[in-house]
Write a protein that binds this ligand. Structure first.
Ligand code: ZN
Length: 294
């Protein structure tokens, strides 16, 4: 009995303290949450990287794509939908890649990062070209400033600093890909049209937009001819993607396989900062430079 009474005495002030905390924040739903910054949801890693670069520490940016899932096939779970509904802003790439985005019921602002980009038919991978990435960061910043006008100065400062890094990345791509011996890149799926267009390369995709889709045998024959005609030495595959077709294509033509990262499958929280985007894009460039000059 004595023990219980003592517990009650200890518990009471604690309860009062937490009540007071709720009253202070003016929002009881925030009680018990460690992060009381406004919630912003992003669809997958590149959107997270760009949003976080602009938001800095001002917002609680949450990525909804679970690990081992592909954004091309992703359908939001009930938990992800609830997060997006609660969010003050939802950032996604475009209506085509994230078809489900238009169906999300949210009072928050929906920001379509690629809205200002004229998309190349069948390829939504705008983030794989530094120039397009700059446009996406600008669009995201504009949206966030609309949703959180009191944080505009901070967003502008962050945006400018990140775009400077993207401009350096663009300059590196221009310089690195200007005079390569080979100008044709054969890739696993249709993901590099923007990068190819911006830097004078010709992109040929083994599969279509869906990395798991299997091309018809007629397409394979055509691809093999293309490889031989252009003396292609490498076929570019991707992490976490079935590369059976690319493998057989490479074997049939004497080309080797090498990996490029489309940044679609990064879900590890430790590597999910905005710098990782720059680092992986530089790694992709190094791979392209060395293989296209062989
Ligand atoms: Zn893709």
């Amino acid at each position: 009995m004595m023990k219980k009474a003592l517990l009650a005495l200890v518990a009471l002030p604690l309860a009062l303290v937490s009540l007071a905390a709720c009253a202070k924040s003016g929002d009881s739903s925030q009680a018990g949450k460690s992060n009381d910054k406004p919630l912003v949801a992003t669809s997958f890693y590149p959107m997270y990287a760009f949003t976080k670069a602009v938001a800095g520490d001002e917002l609680n940016v949450v990525n909804i794509l679970p690990s081992n899932q592909d954004i091309h096939e992703f359908e939001p779970s009930a938990k992800a939908t609830a997060q997006m509904t609660d969010a003050k802003a939802l950032v996604y790439n475009d209506k085509d890649l994230e078809k489900w985005a238009s169906g999300v019921q949210t009072k928050g602002l929906k920001i379509e990062a690629a809205e200002a980009i004229k998309t190349i038919e069948s390829d939504p991978h705008t983030w794989l070209a530094p120039k397009e990435a700059i446009t996406e960061v600008e669009t995201i910043a504009e949206g966030l400033e609309k949703a959180f006008p009191d944080k505009k100065d901070s967003f502008e400062k962050n945006k400018t600093a990140y775009i400077k890094k993207l401009e350096k990345l663009d300059a590196d791509y221009q310089k690195g890909l200007k005079d390569t011996k080979q100008k044709v890149i054969v890739t696993q799926h249709d993901a590099f049209s923007y990068m190819a267009r911006d830097y004078g390369l010709k992109n040929v995709a083994v599969a279509g937009v869906d990395p798991e889709a299997e091309p018809s045998s007629a397409t394979l024959v055509k691809l093999k001819e293309e490889l031989q005609k252009n003396k292609v030495k490498y076929v570019y595959t991707e992490m976490n993607v079935n590369d059976k077709i690319a493998k057989s294509l490479a074997e049939g033509s004497g080309a080797k396989l090498v990996e490029l990262n489309t940044l679609e499958s990064i879900t590890d929280k430790d590597s999910m900062d905005s710098e990782t985007y720059i680092k992986i894009m530089e790694d992709n460039l190094k791979t392209l430079e060395s293989t296209l000059n062989e």
